[in-house]
Design a protein around this ligand. Structure first.
Ligand code: CP3
Length: 358
């Protein structure tokens, strides 16, 4: 990767727990349906999947939120389900129902057929998007690449789509733990290859989304999710020193496991809003940066309420972090929703920068 120096490296500095002039901020799902320009580009592409599979258009929608707001990072426009799609499961989106697979994984025979997909074959369009976006950003802000966690991917692969109670995937784990571990193991190999390929294509930070880790009991979380996050953090080749590509482990409902996540060797831990940032700071003890964690619903509140909640979150972090703002990346505790007001996003981003200025 040619080394255009970054014009704004707040996000990478915060992940290294170095001093920054303001707390960096980006938002999960910052590119999406709440933006009219996103809806227009998606209409031009024909569908969400056609958009994600077109590197030029994926680049366009990645940049859209950055044209509106002074965000401190860009995130690759894609989806976590590209990986099981490339493993042959047949991803599609049923109108109003979210993602689905034509060939869900249900039996040990289904699991035995799974293999790590070719990063230069089926997943080449993702790497092309990373290269295109990295060039278009021209060093303005760093680019985040991402993957789903093995457990979260397994949830969609086994359920065949979203789920209320995750009965199928939990039953597989309970009734056939060995088969479940085989599934998680090949998926972990795929995640590691996928993140490495994104890094090679130009991603400057990597985030793993463990959206559904929090639906497991603590015993099952450690066995079926945490263990594989630990493998990713230790096996993913990320370079050395200042050149090291930081890894963020985001999880919904992960508050009980902050110490474990901080001990994995990842640079950052993403937390949802069920834990105070001050407590997250104390419990991670300076080992990692913490990313989060405003309740996304705050974006429906008035600008004044948004500003006070941003201020509370920033101060909570500072108070738990020995009086220092270092090591905090501001974000929501989960993704944005399509009916959120773009102006409120502007209020949030401005509040983070203004209230954290030093
Ligand atoms: O954050 C960003 O701006 C980057 C893009 C991104 C998308 N999906 C785009 C997307 C990222 C990082 C994801 C990750 C993702 N995808 C996760 C993990 C994060 C999380 O939200 O918990 C999960 C679980 C998925 C699976 C997925 N993809 C779902 C459940 C849906 C349906 C969402 C819905 O509300 O309909 C998608 C589709 C999807 N991925 C959309 C976007 C912008 C909406 C598609 C559309 O335009 O219709």
């Amino acid at each position: 990767m040619s080394a255009t120096p970054l014009k704004n490296d707040r996000f990478l500095r915060a992940l290294r727990r170095e001093p920054v002039d303001r707390t960096p901020v980006w938002l999960m799902r910052q590119a999406g349906r709440y933006l009219p320009e996103y809806r227009a580009t998606r209409a031009e592409a024909g569908s969400f999947l056609a958009l994600a599979k077109n590197p030029e258009l994926a680049c366009e929608v990645t940049l859209q939120p950055l044209r509106r707001y002074p965000l401190d990072a860009a995130i690759l426009f894609s989806d976590i389900l590209t990986v099981p799609d490339a493993m042959g499961l047949g991803l599609y989106f049923a109108e109003g129902e979210g993602p689905k697979f034509t060939h869900p994984v249900r039996t040990p025979a289904d699991i035995a057929r799974l293999a790590v997909p070719d990063m230069d074959g089926e997943l080449r369009y993702v790497m092309d998007a990373v290269r295109t976006i990295r060039a278009a950003l021209d060093g303005s802000v760093p680019l985040i690449g991402f993957s789903g966690s093995p457990w979260t991917l397994a949830c969609y692969m086994v359920e065949g789509g979203g789920s209320k109670d995750f009965a199928r995937v939990k039953s597989l784990a309970l009734n056939h733990p060995e088969a479940m571990h085989k599934l998680l193991s090949v998926t972990t190999d795929a995640v590691i290859a996928y993140l490495s390929a994104q890094r090679a294509a130009g991603a400057q930070a990597l985030q793993v989304f463990d959206t559904w880790g929090g639906v497991l009991s603590p015993r099952m979380y450690r066995e079926f999710s945490l263990r594989y996050l630990q493998r990713i953090a230790s096996e993913l080749e990320r370079g050395e020193g200042c050149e090291r590509t930081p890894l963020i482990l985001f999880g919904k409902g992960n508050a009980a496991y902050l110490e474990d996540l901080a001990a994995t060797g990842a640079e950052g831990v993403g937390a949802d809003w069920l834990v105070d940032l001050g407590e997250a700071a104390r419990r991670t003890g300076g080992k990692v940066a913490v990313q989060g964690n405003l309740d996304p619903v705050t974006l429906y509140a008035t600008p004044d309420a948004i500003r006070s909640e941003v201020g509370r979150a920033l101060d909570s972090w500072r108070d738990g972090n020995g009086g220092s703002r270092e090591g905090h990346v501001f974000n929501l505790g989960h993704g944005m929703s399509p009916d959120m007001d773009p102006d409120h996003v502007g209020v949030l981003v401005e509040a983070v920068h203004t209230l954290s200025a030093r």
